[in-house]
Design a protein around this ligand. Sequence first.
Ligand SMILES: [Zn+2]
Ligand SMILES: [Zn+2]
Length: 438
Amino acid sequence: MPSVLLIEDDAESRRATAEQFREQNWDVIEAGDGDEGIQLAVRHRPDVILCDLLMPKINGFQVCRTVRQQVPRVKIVVFSGRDYGVDRASALEAGADDYLIKPMAWANLMETIDRIFPAAERAATETAVAPQFFPPSTRVKFWGVRGSIPVPGSSTVRYGGNTTCVEVRAEGEIIVLDAGSGIRPLGLALDKEFGERPIKLTLLITHSHWDHIQGLPFFLPAYQKKNQVRVLGYEGARAGLGAILAGQMETPFFPINLSEVPGNITIEELREMDFSIGKVQVQARFLNHPGVCVGYRLQTGTGSMAFLPDNEPFEMLKMQQAERDHISPDEARKFATAERQKLVEFLDRCDLLVIDTQYNDDEYQQHIGWGHGSLSSVVSLALDANVRKLILFHHDPNHDDATIDDMVEQARHLVLENGKPLEVEAAREGAEIWLGAK
Ligand SMILES: [Zn+2]
Ligand SMILES: [Zn+2]
């Protein structure tokens, strides 16, 4: 069945067009603005896009340019109530295949689509298997961004309430970073995308605190025989990784034991700090967090990403502990500086840094020694390591959307004062970042 994506802010007119396409046996996807249109185009890769020229937020020219780069083969028809030659020329230049004037007669529209998307090409789509990856990029998608415990509700609806889970697609691999409650919706999305086809993925665990493993018993692909789930991580403080993951599914806690789960799950304890997953190179580094906890740096053909979901800077911690540990403030400072420098080197010129920013600076004063990061320490670390984009992560369960907005503002302020070109955002459930997309 051929598919069409309709991008138009006028809901009534969009629905009428959608209805006509459906009557002709088209698969129809609808978007109410340009932003949503781009996201749906990348996710669903439709055969044809019908896009309004003038919409709030992102206009049709920008939609064309972005979609043309990310989904090169799609056919795009831009339409507008304005019949100016300059608009038509600009739309074609932006990547549209044709430009139509509103109101559009259905016959005209079909004639245009038949011309740019001929029947032979249409027949080919019937048998083609949807590509699993969009090759020359690395896609990072956030499924759970919260620390400690899931916090659903109206005050966390924008950034999301699920605990840690980030999906990376690169070099033909699906790599999942941690299995907090966010892995549940990821499982549902993978099931929908792959259908009967087998799913092969690698789950990289940073450490076994609940907020990083609690979603695994609810990960649908683990319950399907056709799939292969390879779990990698390091030995925990008291037990091996396999024993810990099986432990949370033992009978007092969960109705199905890990050994009874039908998917092909293998659990491998890592020994080396450098390894690879297919063509993706991975470096691990132990972090300052209670128990055994690592951060990962992934290098793909199109960019690098570091994932440090739980980490506390040493600076204030060591100074506070100096007296107790019978070391001089100088020795404490020297140790903290050296450790920080090693982390700066680990993160050197990383394209994307996703890092524990659980506390603002005031809150951190009350939580020194709890194993989590603070706003200004994270920003200065990213600046010193010449990171390109910083993502505040592992949001405190007590932080509502407005608090996280404030933290982003504060972080951007610190960056402005420094003058280096560092982008800052807070991780948001559902958000995607593309590395190396041309
Ligand atoms: Zn955590
Ligand atoms: Zn933790």
